[in-house]
Design a protein around this ligand. Structure first.
Ligand SMILES: [Zn+2]
Length: 411
């Protein structure tokens, strides 16, 4: 029975969004939350980008330690052999990769300006795939950028060539959000039937259909008997109008009419209970509020005002709610400090620092250890330029050596 997996790209597509970004420690906490959510894979960054090197290596260390486990951490690269070689010099323990190259006529003529033919595209992708596998990759996905505007027959050739070179997944990128649920179904079923490869769906939201397209594309892959990896981002944050929202995708698979059938298996490990805190953390870290209408986690997702609705939902929540808020980890009271507050900043001293950690019930072995963690929290503040939150404070205290690496930037 085909399976649906989630492959989140918040730490790649999300952070390359105009006006937005995450500190490396924030990217690390995002990986921890994605792991807690039961997401199969996190596209955690750019292995050829030097300022990512320490963060990527430290996160792979956390994976080896069983902290970022069972989530798979994967890098994003151009499907170019020399980029793969640089990636393995900088991040030698990389196991999973996605290799990306443009595939539409528009891009071949408009972006490559005619310097690359379709054969050149396939050659660059297969050469990069083989290099990655030789250098230690165990799972490679090949990304067809602008696939929604590319010729389907060419995409099939591309997928088959990737498979032959050893790639395990084909990523269909609706780079411009051009597809509709109808077109993506027709295109994916052809590619999946011809290639018999696990299909990744990477959908953008320029026409407001990223989630619908992901679900429709997933159905096509399943109907063709193939596994499917839906690319998501937390709160839908991504380039321009964003990507398919992680929580909405999960809710749609679980609850949408018609999609809910017995012809596939959805990742058993998905833990929607972590949704509320995951989305709140991403909202804080990106400094982007969650829209009040956001499915599942928006402020109004379970709010009722009209007399008829309020009466109906009080009698039986199923009258006006499709799913329960507890399922998303909502409903617990949250503490907001309204009196004196001591936070950890880049100029904090040991007394205030100890007070903050006492409140988190973290004890240090001795004064030396406390001062070491204090120093790391100061550096974390310099990197983030906003007060550290509980998740980050606990992370630094629990994994100081990895935190030190993550905080080290050497231009
Ligand atoms: Zn994208």
């Amino acid at each position: 029975m085909p399976k649906i997996f989630l492959l989140d790209v918040t730490n790649r597509d999300g952070v390359q969004t105009a006006h937005l970004g995450l500190a490396k420690i924030e990217k690390t906490i995002v990986n921890m939350y994605l792991n807690e959510m039961g997401v199969t894979q996190s596209e955690f960054g750019f292995p050829t980008t030097h300022h990512e090197t320490n963060y990527l290596n430290a996160n792979l260390e956390l994976a080896d330690m069983g902290v970022l486990c069972p989530i798979r951490l994967s890098g994003w690269l151009r499907a170019v052999k020399k980029d793969v070689e640089v990636a393995y010099q900088l991040v030698p323990k990389l196991k999973y990769l996605n290799l990306s190259i443009s595939t539409s006529e528009q891009m071949l003529s408009g972006k490559f300006q005619g310097r690359m033919t379709r054969d050149d595209v396939i050659h660059s992708m297969t050469e990069a795939t083989q290099a990655a596998l030789q250098l230690g990759a165990v799972g490679v996905g090949v990304n067809a950028e602008d696939a929604s505007r590319a010729d389907v027959e060419f995409l099939i050739d591309f997928a088959l060539a990737g498979k032959e070179a050893g790639a395990e997944r084909f990523r269909y990128c609706d780079t411009l959000g051009y597809d509709s649920p109808f077109s993506i179904y027709d295109r994916i079923i052809k590619i999946a039937e011809a290639s018999k490869m696990p299909i990744e769906l990477h959908c953008h939201n320029d026409l407001g259909m990223a989630v619908a397209n992901s679900i429709s594309g997933a159905k096509a892959a399943i109907d063709a008997g193939c596994d499917v990896y839906i690319n998501t981002t937390i709160n839908g944050i991504g380039e321009r109008s964003g990507n398919a929202d992680l929580i909405t995708v999960i809710l749609a698979i679980k609850y949408a009419n018609y999609f809910d059938n017995e012809n596939y298996s959805f990742l058993e490990n998905v833990n929607l209970k972590a949704a509320w805190k995951t989305c709140k953390y991403a909202s804080y870290a990106f400094k982007v509020p969650i829209p009040i209408t956001q499915p599942g986690v928006g402020a109004n997702a379970f709010a009722h005002a009209s007399g008829i609705h309020a009466d109906g939902v009080i009698k039986d929540r199923k009258n006006y709610e499709l799913y329960d808020y507890e399922e998303l980890g909502r409903g617990e009271p949250e503490l907001i400090v309204t009196g004196r507050q001591i936070v950890v900043g880049e100029y904090s001293g040991i007394r205030g620092f100890r007070n903050v950690y006492d409140n988190l019930e973290v004890e240090f072995k001795n004064e030396e250890e406390a001062r070491k963690i204090l120093e790391l929290t100061r550096f974390a503040n310099v990197e983030k330029q906003k007060p550290l939150v509980e998740e980050e404070l606990l992370f630094i205290a629990s994994y100081p050596e990895q935190a030190r690496k993550i905080l080290t930037l050497t231009p």
